[in-house]
Design a protein around this ligand. Sequence first.
Ligand code: NAD
Length: 484
Amino acid sequence: MSTGTESAPQQERLAEIDLSLHLLIDGELVAGAETMPVVNPATEEVIVDCPRGSVRQFDRAVGAAKVAFRSWSRSPVEARRQVLLRIAEVIDAHAEELAAVLTAEQGKPLADARHEVAGTAAFFRHVAGLEVPSEVVEDSDERRVEIRRRPLGVVAAILPWNAPLLVIAFKVPAALLTGNTVVVKPAATTPLATLLLARLVAGLVPPGVVNVVTDANDLGGVLTSHPDVAKVTFTGSTATGLKVLASASRDLKRVTLELGGNDAAIVLDDADPSTVAAGIFRGAFWNCGQVCLAIKRLYVHDSIYEEVCRELVALAEGTVVGAGVEEGAQMGPLQNRMQFEKVRAFLADAEEHGRVLCGGEVAGRAGYFVAPTVVADIAEGSRLVDEEQFGPILPVLRYATTDEAIRRANASAYGLGASVWSSDLERATEVADQLEAGTVWINKHIDVAPHIPQAGAKHSGLGAELGDVGLLEYTQVQVLNIDK
Ligand code: NAD
């Protein structure tokens, strides 16, 4: 691992951005009931005090969304498409500002932040081109039966802190295209890019159609229990997802839950370590390992175990770790202090139960930095293997037979993603068929696109996002049955 060097122009760019941000409620940019500090995870310094919403403000936002639903849900779908396209345009036009703010609050390297912003615009644009389906299932002398997809009402979109803008794009365009209105709640540690986006879209959507209200990680329950919220779309941890589900079930709100994962990757004995190592490394350490779909357990056949470990260590040691604004930084800090402390506990567990080959905490500088850490000779029963680390520590587990690897990979309550690495596609597919996960990749890990649905199995989620399947989750089936 090496560290990056400060880039003065990037710092200045942030200083040029107007960070006097506001909540967006009923088309108006309003101050929060209070303020709260937002910390730069690379420096531990406060970036700015940002507005913090109150119960009343959440209530007002839901009320405005409910009123706006009446006309938005009846507006021509063509008009809604145009709004999504205008949002995509404004994101592209302000990409540099959004990326700078995202890097400052989230920590990811500026290049990755730019990529996230571009992806956000692309997802809005993709959804703008989708059709809301309707189908005639019978048209006879007796009757005409049509299946239509009606919007649900007010959608509450609750976001995590690892990819705040992209997760908005998983949810908001699909909700809007199908005729719903939304109240967005960002995570308490990453509200800034979302509020900047709120400022940009405020003039593009009719009042009340999109509302953005922040909290200090304390008011999510107001949305999930609100009688006027029809659906909750939530991305976050499984523990919180269970609370969301319990709360939303009281009045049968629709829910989509994208939750945690403990993705296993299986490297078969015919894989070439030097060919697969880069893809595995990226799959495990991208965004500092803070990706729901990151590789969190790596199963490697005994015959190539040491070689795969060596390749991963070489990649880890060649990674430039630094603040997202530093020239050449490839991996930033963990996003917040709580996650940093969690990852430190995983490091301690790794030292106790495994062989730490490289990495560990970065000493001698401010910020929540942990270098890419590869841990060998560790097994199930340790926290690092059994739990979701959500950070840059990869346990590498040894296996002897393919059946054993499949069994161990499946022995998790999670089922978000998985991958198989092999030079034999047929063999890899046979293994993939036996893995209990919503997505299984072959010779890659983490490949997300707006037309590819994502649906967690087991404790990793409920329902799906993205693609045509994801779009339908924002609708209610309505049968129109006409007598002839
Ligand atoms: P988190 O569950 O702590 O918080 C997520 C959001 O829920 C935040 O906005 C938070 O304020 C809100 N919240 C907290 N308590 C709530 C409550 N009682 N009711 C309603 N909302 C509440 O998750 P996090 O730490 O921000 O994100 C990391 C987790 O998210 C990891 O487990 C990761 O795997 C998961 N994640 C999953 C996906 C996916 O698509 N499956 C994507 C990204 C992250």
